[in-house]
Design a protein around this ligand. Structure first.
Ligand SMILES: Nc1ncnc2c1ncn2[C@@H]1O[C@H](COP(=O)(O)OP(=O)(O)OP(=O)(O)O)[C@@H](O)[C@H]1O
Ligand SMILES: [Mg+2]
Length: 213
């Protein structure tokens, strides 16, 4: 089983949105996918409850010390686990990074989101030094159309020496999909669907290039 996660200490940057949308997109590509929801707000579990029967299962994990055993319990039954990381949970972040083959860091194109990024990058790099992984990438989330903020953010993130993926634009379709228990890839918004398919392509390519740790 491959494990992909979304983490950032900044609240509201798109961790749940990115995690949920790629998890469902992976499931629609015929993979067996489970989600692990580490957020006390239970966004992924609420999304699951709003969706149809066939939607992937979402398991709540409250304590960092339970993450590894929960993931191990799923390893034989699932191809991919997607972990939705909550905000401001340093200990949980360390556990998620340890468990992941690929960590995605959603970033909104605003200086207030870039400044606190160093802490999470340091945690990931420290783990990469001792364990040789996980892979990691920034996903620019909620890019405002018609502004240069996305490009400026991309340039500012280069200092961290990690890949920067295009991610999502600011679209109502994302909030609607969350409430309807679907991924935007199933919505009528083709642009949002193409964004999530592109992130999903990058996830699969990164995992298949680097393998399991
Ligand atoms: N690309 C987007 N376009 C429009 N709205 C978005 C987009 N991405 C996220 N949102 C909205 O922004 C809000 C915060 O997103 P989300 O819940 O994914 O962030 P989060 O990082 O998981 O937050 P938290 O730290 O509270 O767990 C939600 O209301 C979500 O619907
Ligand atoms: Mg969340």
């Amino acid at each position: 089983m491959y494990t992909v996660s979304t983490v950032h200490s900044k609240g509201g940057c798109g961790k749940s949105t990115v995690a949920i949308n790629i998890a469902r997109a992976l499931q629609l590509r015929s993979l067996d996918v489970a989600m692990l929801d580490t957020d006390k707000q239970s966004t992924a579990q609420n999304w699951r409850a709003s969706g149809s029967e066939e939607l992937l299962p979402v398991f709540g994990v409250e304590k960092p010390s339970n993450l590894e055993s929960t993931a191990e319990g799923l390893a034989d039954a699932f191809d991919v686990a997607v972990i939705d990381g909550g905000a401001h949970l340093q200990e949980m972040h360390a556990a998620i990074i340890k468990q992941s083959d690929l960590v995605l860091i959603p970033i909104q194109p605003s200086p207030g989101d870039i400044w606190p990024t160093e802490t999470i990058v340091d945690l990931i790099k420290a783990r990469q030094q001792v364990a040789g992984g996980p892979e990691a990438a920034f996903v620019i989330n909620r890019r405002k159309q018609g502004t240069r903020l996305g490009k400026a953010t991309e340039e500012a993130l280069r200092q961290f020496d990690m890949p920067v993926w295009d991610g999502t634009a600011d679209r109502v379709a994302y909030a609607e999909a969350l409430g309807n228990g679907i991924s935007v890839v199933e919505s009528s918004n083709n642009k949002a669907a193409a964004e999530v398919e592109a992130i999903t392509d990058n996830v699969i390519e990164t995992l298949s290039t680097n393998g399991r740790r």
